[in-house]
Design a protein around this ligand. Structure first.
Ligand code: PLP
Length: 448
């Protein structure tokens, strides 16, 4: 086996050939003029192709909750690939898939005790929407075909996800998408709730928007409502106190399934295994991905109740009950990575660590209030957002220059519009939290 390329050599090889890779959610032409490359990662840091250490302020893309290249996970994946590299999940099984499903079912609040495996958050969302539609039909409620999302919701990039999602730029160039979809208004109120620490006290009444939609369409036409408990990708929008409870009540009263998209909030981000534990509100379905394997192997999962599962377990036993699945559902490598990740979370107490750090995180984050350009700060668990005043006529430019400057200064942040979003690995130390905010402070003072 040849020795691994040095960062410099690797960098030379790739800079000779940047054209072929059409990068996702990236300004390709701009990136390719000045590429930013990671060549290694360990714990809280990335190593760049020019040999610099970058503190990971975003857990990769909200996913590496256990930190990077954790030994137990690395070993588990290495062992698995040598032992059983692939096994189909259609009409076949392998033990780790069942072990993982049982373990996840035990982690989620009752009655969410069945697990369908996917390969991403987008697939989890499409799977949950399809299960919701098929379930309504299975229980004789086949007129319930509408799906309700929310403005500023992000549910991945499948046609289901962009249809129920509420991000204009992710929708506008892709035609009419799914029909029969409506959207509630989002819950963010900068006038009332700017610089709120944690959950805003006011705004539960935004849930009444669902009543408006139900009255417009009639409950007998609505299958499911999907929301992110905390909207992450559109800039960390924290649900007002009582809002999710009210959504739950309205859905229950009207025979509508409630889906929580926990692709970001799942696996410890708020200081509890899932947001449903944090808020004490139990949906009918939960979508997850990202932290399930700490990002190391693509995997997603949908959790649903026994009632939903059992509604499909009728008819002749030799018949397939749900005509849905992926070649890589319950992939052995992903299952091995997930089991080792769950072990790491357990051994290091990571699924509750964000609650221990939340106050420290909140104080540090809100300490940036006096920095230039800052018009709002929001936080919950180990999530944070710093919203910047946009440059007139050039939206997104200011936050993106903060992103570039932070990268140069050794800090990875994520930006959406003019909002800086932060979600470090759950292993972050208090010293690293200080370092993160010191770096960000310097960045905010340095940019125009
Ligand atoms: N749902 C939510 C809430 C997300 O934040 C994301 C990704 O950020 C997705 C779905 C899509 O996940 P993926 O990119 O794995 O398809």
């Amino acid at each position: 086996m040849s020795a691994p390329a040095s960062p410099a050599a690797m960098s030379q090889a790739v800079t000779n050939n940047l054209e072929a890779f059409w990068m996702p959610f990236t300004a390709n032409r701009q990136f390719k003029q000045a590429p930013r490359m990671f060549v290694a990662a360990k714990d809280m840091h990335y190593t760049t192709s020019d040999g610099r250490q970058v503190l990971d302020g975003t857990a990769g893309l909200w996913c590496c909750n256990a930190g990077h290249s954790r030994p137990k996970v690395v070993e588990a994946v290495q062992r698995q690939i040598a032992e059983l590299d692939y096994a189909p999940a259609f009409q076949m099984g392998h033990p780790k898939a069942f072990e993982l499903a049982a373990r996840l079912a035990a982690m989620t609040p009752s009655p969410l005790d069945h697990v369908f495996f996917t390969n991403s958050g987008s697939e989890s969302v499409d799977t949950a929407l399809k299960i919701a539609l098929a379930y309504q039909r299975a229980i004789g409620q086949g007129t319930r075909t509408r799906l309700i999302g929310r403005e500023r919701g992000y549910h991945g990039v499948g046609f289901g996800g962009i249809s129920v999602g509420g991000i204009v730029s992710n929708r506008k160039t892709f035609g009419t998408m799914l029909t029969g979809v409506d959207h509630m208004r989002h819950t963010h109120d900068p006038e009332r709730n700017a610089f709120t620490r944690g959950v805003p006290e006011s705004g539960a009444e935004y849930a009444e928007d669902l009543i408006r939609i139900i009255q417009l369409h009639d409950p007998s036409t609505i299958a499911a409502v999907i929301v992110e408990p905390v909207a992450g990708s559109t800039g960390v929008l924290i649900p007002p106190k009582g809002y999710l409870e009210r959504l739950r009540d309205i859905c229950t009263q009207n025979g509508i399934l409630l889906i929580f998209d926990e692709v970001i909030t799942g696996f410890g981000r708020l200081g509890s295994p899932f947001a449903t534990d944090f808020f004490g509100v139990t949906p009918d379905l939960i979508t997850t991905a990202k932290g399930l394997t700490s990002g190391v192997i693509p995997m997603g999962a949908v959790f649903c109740s026994a009632d939903i599962y059992n509604a499909f377990m009728t008819g002749p036993e030799h018949m397939i009950e749900l005509f849905h699945g992926y070649t890589y559902s319950a992939h052995p490598l992903a299952c091995a990575a997930a089991l080792a990740t769950l072990d790491t979370y357990d051994e290091e107490g990571l699924l509750t660590r964000a609650s221990d750090l939340a106050q420290y995180w909140e104080d540090g984050l809100h300490g940036l209030k006096d920095c230039p350009h800052v018009i709002d700060i929001r936080n919950l668990g180990l999530i944070g957002a710093v919203e910047l005043e946009p440059i007139a006529g050039e939206p997104t430019k200011r936050a993106f220059s903060a992103f570039l400057k932070a990268y140069d200064d050794g800090l990875l942040i994520r930006t959406t519009g003019d909002i800086i979003a932060l979600s470090p690995p759950l292993i972050i130390s208090k010293d690293q939290i200080d370092e993160l905010f010191e770096k960000l402070r310097a960045v905010l003072h340095a940019i125009d």
